[in-house]
Design a binder for this molecule. Structure first.
Ligand code: TRP
Ligand code: ZN
Length: 497
């Protein structure tokens, strides 16, 4: 559907333009996608956002969301027009203070035409005033907005922003955030980073959250509900804010017994990955019914179902590992998903070894042996799995196996130097699988092309296991299943919703 609204004054501005040279006035439309081959329409071209200021109000009873989004951006080309990704109903758009015309197009594009074209490499401020009932909106036939009995949650990947704020929705365009949300008194609103302040007025309480480190759009989260909020500081000095729905029923104890260990686990992971990259840590467990968890920056989303079989520190380790691998260093394109999931899964293996529930080598041997050569498991290359298999188990399990193969090839000293050096090297930025290979080669001083090709890119089972010793290579029977196995596998069970 294509609706176009002509802003008042557009005609006057057009005639003004005739007075200036055509070259200065010429603009080209920004691309409707940022250029990700897996998701050609995701993100947009022509500008780069540095900050989002979201001022929202949400009514859980009716699912009505209204808001004003202020985006600080910079053009990367001259622009006659540019897109944001968004699904709610827009009332007004201003570009540099001047009303702009806008229209919807495609599945989730908001096309904005400023009154005068924007020159390249200049700052631009975009204000979008909007409202809507997110649960009534869908794109490509799906919705990732999750209503709960007492509120709602935005936490999904690769797409979740469309349902609550207009954005350049791709990890390549990271920005800082102020998220301010007013909710009825007695209800809480959570987002990323640090709670700056709260205020109450006429039955509404406003929560002001701030994340001052660059953050990908899909890692920006919103949770509204009746929560019990706990605060503390890890031994290593990281402030921790956790939240639990007051309605977790049987899962309440196990959820708290796991997520309350966030500070301890952040400190433990710092030993492997280097200093924690953000100013706050924590997680929240709303009363949702989906199965998965998500590494939303500083404030991890956990489904209560992750705790349905008792405490689960493994999933906490996985999501916290993403704070370095995924959130601090984000992928350049969704094909780079191995850097997120392979390493978050490997962190679970390290935790398993720490807990005496199976060493990383035992887990690698088990993955290798438990999938025969004709298992379709081996047809998914974790280094470029394709959009349909982006979150296939192979990306996690073969992905972690590839990490162990790297470790066994370069040795522990180089391997752990890479593990810790990577988040520093690309801090708060983006990197690809090719960048990772180059960095591992640089640190280890070895050529790793064949290794990466074998473990990450060939759609077949590698000929020899990633074993150090001869014992495993000789073993003809499947190695025993490590005790941590079931818990680890449940982490990426995204289909149990
Ligand atoms: N990345 C999530 C994790 O680390 C799992 C996940 C995969 C996911 N696909 C998803 C989460 C889709 C939400 C939506 O556990
Ligand atoms: Zn993950």
């Amino acid at each position: 559907m294509h609706r176009r609204i002509i802003a008042p004054g557009a005609l006057a501005a057009a005639s003004l333009l005739l007075a200036i040279p055509a070259s200065a006035a010429s603009g080209t439309p920004g691309a409707p996608g940022i250029g990700d081959p897996y998701y050609p329409a995701y993100g947009n071209g022509g500008y780069d956002v540095s900050h989002y200021d979201l001022r929202l109000r949400y009514q859980p009873a009716t699912d009505e969301l209204e808001g004003t989004a202020t985006l600080l951006a910079r053009t990367t080309q001259d622009l006659s027009r540019f897109d944001l990704d968004f699904l709610l109903d827009v009332a007004e758009v201003r570009v540099n203070g001047v009303p702009a015309s806008f229209a919807t197009s495609g599945q989730h594009e908001l096309e904005i035409t400023p009154r005068t074209p924007l020159p390249a490499n200049t700052p631009v401020t975009v204000v979008v005033r909007y409202s809507g009932v997110p649960s009534t909106k869908s794109a490509y036939g799906f919705s990732t907005w999750h209503r709960t009995p007492d509120g709602a949650v935005a936490a999904d990947e690769p797409e979740s922003a469309w349902w609550w704020f207009p954005s350049n929705d791709h990890p390549l365009d990271k920005a800082t955030y102020d998220v301010s949300v007013a909710v009825p008194d007695g209800t809480q609103a959570l987002s990323n980073g640090t709670l700056q302040s709260t205020s109450s007025k006429l039955g509404w309480t406003r929560y002001n959250w701030r994340e001052n480190k660059p953050q990908a759009t899909y890692l920006t989260t919103l949770a509204v509900g009746r929560f019990d909020i706990t605060t503390g500081t890890s031994e290593g000095g990281v402030p921790v804010v956790n939240a639990y729905s007051r309605d977790l029923g049987d899962n309440d104890g196990a959820a708290r017994a796991s997520v309350e260990r966030t500070g301890e686990l952040v400190d433990w992971l710092s030993g492997w990955f280097g200093p924690y990259p953000f100013g706050s840590a924590g997680g929240y467990v709303p009363n949702t019914t989906t199965g998965y968890a998500l590494e939303t920056q500083t404030r991890v989303y956990y489904s209560p179902r992750q705790f349905a079989n008792g405490s689960n520190t493994s999933v906490v380790v996985h999501e916290l590992a993403h704070q370095w691998y995924g959130d601090d260093v984000s992928l350049k394109g969704w094909k780079d998903i191995w850097i997120n999931e392979g390493f978050a899964r490997y962190a679970q293996w390290l935790w398993s070894e720490h807990e005496g529930e199976g060493t990383t080598q035992e887990l690698a041997d088990y993955v290798y042996a438990s999938h025969p050569a004709d298992d379709p498991f081996w047809t998914v290359p974790p280094g470029d799995p394709g959009p349909d298999d982006q979150f296939d188990t192979a990306v996690y399990d073969r992905g972690a196996l590839a990490v162990q193969a790297l470790r066994n090839t370069v040795g522990d000293d180089a391997f752990f130097a890479v593990l810790k050096g990577w988040p520093r090297k690309y801090a708060y930025g983006n990197a690809s699988v090719a960048d990772f290979r180059a960095y591992a080669e640089e640190v280890s001083g070895r050529s790793l092309g064949a290794l990466f090709d074998t473990w990450l890119f060939q759609p077949v089972k590698p000929a020899a296991p990633a074993a150090r010793g001869a014992s495993v290579a000789k073993a003809s029977q499947t190695p025993a299943r490590p005790r941590s196995w079931q818990r680890i596998e449940a982490t990426n069970d995204v289909h149990t919703g």
